[in-house]
Write a protein that binds this ligand. Structure first.
Ligand code: KDG
Ligand code: MG
Length: 403
């Protein structure tokens, strides 16, 4: 089966998405997500200018060889732009192969290892009281696991907290907006947040929290200790993970489970974290970690060290990524949990999909392929709009900090 055409579709039904569509001489088509929040057009150009010319005429069934061609063959390896582009091609080819087999993608990945995929929702509160209400709202919707974030007294704008009444969307400016940060205020506040939430919901509900790379290792160790009584499912991204060894210090001090990896691109980014069992969950997902092919490789390494998966699933990853991730989640033996931040109604309309949510679990559906398509005519009505993620500055002196 030959690849006859490929095109990149950039659209903005509320936020930007980059989608690759591959067409074949047998009439089968496949879709891959290539969205990279705040840097979308770089991936679109990488695909258009450097990848698509290499794809035309290739055998669509040769997924592994195409992956190697785009990874080794670039000479310049790794990085979010390259790996998101490779992911899009890989996902589209898996979609085509599964359609050719007339099977849902998870069947090609070894079949289902479980009946359904546990997901976690987001509860974002302006303050502790509002966060508790939001958690209760998610529980009423059926969720069994909820990530909790809240505003911090004395800080004006904090990650995870919406400013208006709408859902939280961080990429909020045609230029980066600025947030302020104070680790001491946050470290005093976070344990109080989880005191209140546990008191309100009891012990059964799984609670998660995202530190979003903001603490130093020793601060992260202290927060992990302070949160131990609340028995979190995980504490996410407690400190930047470029230096994987930094997690040795955190690990020595706390039994709060750790999750890292949404911004990783390859197995090399998490090799030490996994091999030394410095984390409990690996957060890489399809779009930013080289597609299904490479994500499976990471998950296999993780399985050797009792690290489980916890795929990133924020709204800046398109429904195409979500659909593919759910097939991976259903099949992978060392699955942990999947993040679920529902897309807006317009995005769901632009990307019709077979996956569904029921009582705290999701399922990818039984449609051949990954089950996500695109309404190109509708997508064309919502062209790209430049949007940046915010930056963070320390409150006391304006130093640029990790966002
Ligand atoms: O684009 C950035 C978001 O994907 C990120 O801020 C979301 O941290 C995130 C999460 O855990 O969903
Ligand atoms: Mg995160």
């Amino acid at each position: 089966m030959k690849i006859t055409n490929a095109k990149v579709i950039v659209c903005c039904p509320g936020r930007n998405f980059v989608t690759l569509k591959i067409e074949t001489d047998e009439g089968l088509t496949g879709l891959g997500d290539a969205s990279l929040n705040g840097r979308e057009l770089a991936v679109a150009s990488y695909l258009n200018d450097h990848v698509l010319p290499m794809l035309i005429g290739r055998d669509a069934h040769r997924i592994e060889d195409t992956w190697q061609l785009l990874y080794r063959g670039a000479y310049w390896r790794r990085g979010p732009v390259t790996m998101s582009a490779i992911a899009a091609v890989d996902t589209a080819l898996w979609d085509i192969k599964a359609k050719a087999a007339n099977l849902p993608l998870y069947q090609l990945l070894g079949g289902a290892s479980r009946e359904r995929v546990l997901v976690y929702a987001h509860a974002n509160g302006r303050d502790i009281g509002h966060a508790v209400e939001e958690v209760q709202r998610k529980v009423a919707l059926g969720y069994r696991a909820v990530r909790v974030q809240s505003g911090v007294p004395g800080l004006e704008k904090v990650y995870g907290v919406a400013r208006g009444n709408g859902p939280y969307e961080p990429a909020d400016g045609a230029l980066p907006s600025e947030e302020d940060w104070d680790s001491a205020k946050y470290l005093r506040h976070a344990p109080k947040l989880f005191d209140a939430v546990r008191q309100a919901v009891g012990d059964e509900l799984q609670l998660l929290h995202d530190v979003h790379h903001r603490l130093t290792p020793i601060e992260a160790a202290r927060l992990g200790q302070d949160l131990e009584p609340h028995r979190l499912f995980w504490m996410e991204d407690p400190t930047p993970a470029e230096a994987q060894e930094a997690f040795r210090l955190i690990r020595r001090h706390t039994t709060t489970p750790l999750a890292v990896g949404e911004i990783f691109n390859t197995i090399w980014d998490c090799k030490t974290l996994i091999e030394e069992q410095l984390i409990d969950y690996i957060r890489t997902t399809v779009v930013h970690a080289g597609g299904i092919t490479h994500l499976r490789r990471i998950a296999d390494l993780a399985a050797l060290h009792q690290v489980r998966t916890g795929c990133h699933g924020a709204t800046d990853l398109s429904p195409v990524c979500m659909g593919a991730a759910l097939h991976f989640d259903l099949s992978v033996p060392n699955f942990g949990i999947q993040e679920h931040m529902p897309h807006n109604a317009l995005t769901d309309e632009v990307f019709p999909h077979a996956y569904s949510f029921h009582e705290g679990f999701m399922h990818p559906g039984e449609v051949p392929g990954h089950g996500v398509t695109i309404d190109e005519a509708l997508a064309a009505k919502y062209p790209y709009q430049r949007a940046y993620l915010p930056v963070n500055r320390l409150q006391h002196d304006g130093t640029l900090w990790n966002w």
